[in-house]
Design a protein around this ligand. Structure first.
Ligand SMILES: Nc1nc2c(c(=O)[nH]1)N[C@H]1C(S)=C(S)[C@@H](COP(=O)(O)O)O[C@H]1N2
Ligand SMILES: [Mo]
Length: 181
């Protein structure tokens, strides 16, 4: 009896369904293994600095407790306020920079190139109630799968602007020539 090629393929699929039926497309909140973050590139205008864990450890530590709707748990993250990093590296809020602040944003990017945007006004403690930190620990221990650095914001209702494996923050001021004041 001649076994057709079709019958052979059908038999293979039926005997090993998981090999054929599971697509490689990630679903839900499955994550691909990301490259762990180790340090942070901070770029303010033309000025790029590398911020190490050792430097973060010398800066004032803030803790924020947030509710993670995915795990349905409260999580306490500890790290350094993004505003403090900006102030230390060339963008302190003063009367002279206040308007520039109102017209600036940061992008925060992970090692997997996922990135999000915050206006600078909403990360400045003097301007906005939310706390936005570069976290180095969660509940008193290392971040584990989330890398060594993670951006966390206290007031977002969803974790979509938290950035695991945070590796870069860039500050951009929007130039709008038609606006005189
Ligand atoms: N680096 C990185 N951070 C990320 C993402 C991502 O794909 N890469 N996804 C975001 C989105 S859309 C959500 S909802 C949360 C999911 O976080 P969790 O899977 O840790 O609950 O992480 C956010 N931070
Ligand atoms: Mo998401």
């Amino acid at each position: 009896m001649r076994i057709s090629r079709f019958a052979v393929i059908l038999a293979l699929v039926l005997s090993h369904p998981s090999s054929f039926l599971h697509s490689q497309t990630p679903t839900g909140h499955e994550q691909q293994k990301a490259v762990p973050s180790t340090e942070l590139q901070l770029t303010i205008g033309d000025n790029a600095t590398t911020i190490t864990q050792a430097e973060l450890a010398t800066l004032p530590q803030k803790s924020v407790t947030v509710h993670n709707p995915h795990t349905n748990k409260d999580e306490t993250y500890t790290g350094v306020a993004v505003g403090d990093l900006l102030a230390k590296h060339g963008f302190a809020i003063s009367q002279a920079t206040h308007r520039t602040m109102l017209r600036s944003y940061i992008t925060a990017e992970g090692t997997d190139r996922y990135w999000v945007l915050y206006s600078v006004t909403e990360i400045e403690p003097s301007e906005h109630a939310a706390e936005v930190i570069v976290a180095t620990s969660i509940d008193g221990h290392a971040l584990g799968e989330d890398g060594q650095l993670k951006l966390v914001a206290s007031a977002d209702k969803k974790p979509q602007r938290w950035v695991r494996n945070l590796s870069a923050i860039r500050l951009v001021t929007v130039a709008q020539a038609s606006v005189a004041r």
